[in-house]
Design a protein around this ligand. Structure first.
Ligand code: FRU
Length: 496
């Protein structure tokens, strides 16, 4: 009975309630549902109740990493968004701090939407989009500032710093990402032109308070979707990297199969005067099923780190009936190799390693399991050198009729992730297989498996497949296989 009620969609009024407007017992009921959910993660950032989406305000301040996320506490739909605050000393163990930004002022009455953080004068400035809706439910976005002090107290500035949308753009105007360069601060904002095409605009400021509209970032993409969300710009190894999440891109061969995309352009550093960005092809950041709205920051040792939402908008997930939805990805270190953005799990994650198991074997047209290779939460690296097998790889979170399959097809020269038998289905309308062309004779699969997700780094971060999976808790097997020939395996697993 109770379950039926919670599965029912919320009305708009219910979705736009503040946390203190919850019915008596409503949050307890959600917490109780969450506690019974078989898919709670063990080493990923996830919400205590409700829905998590974009990472926000990722920064290092006063000796700690701060990472906020978009949060609707009262259900698994996209309702009234808060910023939830987490922090960590090591990028591995995250502490839930509490609400970072609450919506509700005249300039963020309908949500404290995504944004970023930058340190200035010993304070951490949070710049975010205040989402408002008028009586006709028309959006009016404002770009707002809040300031966090040394004691972790966050105070919103009363007035927005960008009051209106410039001419030529619609009310889809959000997600400021700030950086400092020379004597200026810059920010990029995701936008939609009046002709319903997506783009990104640039602003400039000397003090983070007065912002001057510069114009669009001029790319060579032309019409490329109807909205670009969550832009990010940075320079790495003398290259300019421009990340954004476009909506409205059609599938093309093996590319662009998720409901919305997330990728980057790379080229010469952005000319902030002309705003011209010369770049190569748009490349997806991730080949998996669940990855969106990434945000980057610079660690104190200079590493450029990225975290993303391990989920997508407008898709139902199997945990929705359990009162929570989504998690963030693990933090990844970025670098550039041969014109490509490389993502590697941050080295700190090795702290999670406990018992270690290894296996070496020549797989000859067989499927094989090894002592210690099983579980629901582990890190595993397996290297396969092809002899003459047509396909080789692994089945993991396997048991009964369930399995998630990761393999290399040596004939097609593709890495393939198949979640069609992974467990409870998700996003079926967008296909259950993802593949990526890669010509290599040795394949290194580096996996981070948590209760309901997998992040797979291929050949030292050349590609990543990030996906939620919803298997039975008894599906713990890991099976290694080679078909139509042989392949040499060298594997190591650490229990988490
Ligand atoms: C991306 C996004 C952002 C927006 C936020 C609202 O997932 O739609 O554009 O600021 O989520 O939660």
């Amino acid at each position: 009975m109770i379950k039926m009620e919670t599965i029912m969609k919320m009305t708009r009024q219910q979705r736009y309630r503040r946390i203190e407007q919850a019915q008596p017992g409503e949050l307890d009921l959600l917490r109780e549902q969450v506690s019974r959910c078989p898919w709670r993660q063990t080493f990923h950032i996830q919400p205590s109740t409700g829905l998590l989406n974009d990472p926000n305000g990722f920064a290092y301040y006063q000796g700690e990493y701060h990472l906020f996320y978009q949060w609707f506490p009262l259900g698994t739909e996209h309702g009234l968004k808060y910023w939830y605050h987490t922090k960590s000393e090591d990028l591995v163990h995250w502490q839930n701090v509490g609400i970072g930004l609450e919506p509700g002022s005249p300039y963020d009455s309908h949500g404290a939407y995504s944004g970023s953080a930058i340190q200035k004068d010993d304070k951490l400035y949070l710049m975010y989009t205040g989402n408002t809706r008028d009586e006709n439910w028309i959006r009016h976005p404002y770009q707002c500032i809040a300031v966090m002090d040394e004691n972790g107290r966050i105070m919103k500035e009363e007035k927005p710093v960008i009051h209106s949308v410039p001419d030529g753009y619609t009310d889809h105007f959000r997600d400021p990402k700030v950086w400092a360069e020379g004597s200026y601060y810059y920010c990029v904002i995701g936008a939609q032109r009046a002709n319903n095409t997506g783009c990104t605009v640039l602003y400039r400021s000397t003090d983070l308070k007065e912002w001057e509209f510069q114009g669009e970032i001029i790319t060579g993409l032309g019409d490329f979707g109807y909205m670009w969300e969550c832009p990010d710009y940075f320079e790495l190894q003398d290259q300019g990297v421009f990340i954004f999440s476009p909506q409205g891109i059609n599938p093309e061969g093996d590319r662009f199969h998720n409901i919305y995309q997330s990728g980057y352009l790379m080229g010469k550093p952005l000319n902030t005067e002309t705003r011209v960005f010369e770049h190569g092809e748009f490349q997806e950041l991730d080949q998996g099923f669940d990855f969106y709205a990434p945000q980057t920051m610079v660690a104190p040792d200079g590493r450029r780190l990225l975290v993303a939402w391990m989920g997508l908008p407008d898709i139902e997930y199997p945990t929705d009936n359990s009162g929570w939805a989504h998690c963030l990805t693990l933090p990844r270190e970025l670098s550039i190799r041969e014109g490509k953005l490389i993502q590697q799990p941050v080295k700190e994650l090795s702290k999670l390693r406990r018992e270690e198991f290894t296996a070496r074997h020549i797989l000859r047209n067989e499927t094989k399991m090894f002592e210690g290779f099983s579980g629901t939460s582990y890190e595993m690296i397996c290297e396969f050198s092809a002899h003459d097998a047509e396909q080789f790889g692994i089945e993991f979170r396997a048991g009964g009729s369930e399995k998630t399959v990761l393999k290399y097809d040596r004939i097609a020269k593709k890495v393939i992730l198949d979640r069609s038998l992974a467990g409870q289905a998700v996003g079926e309308a967008y296909g259950q297989v993802r593949q990526y062309s890669l010509d290599a004779s040795t394949l290194k699969f580096h996996l981070f498996v948590d209760t309901s997700s997998v992040e797979i780094f291929i050949n030292d971060g050349e590609e990543v497949f990030t996906s939620r999976i919803f298997p039975d808790k008894m599906s713990t097997e890991i099976r290694f296989f080679a078909s139509n020939g042989s392949a040499e395996l060298d594997a190591v697993l650490w229990n988490y």
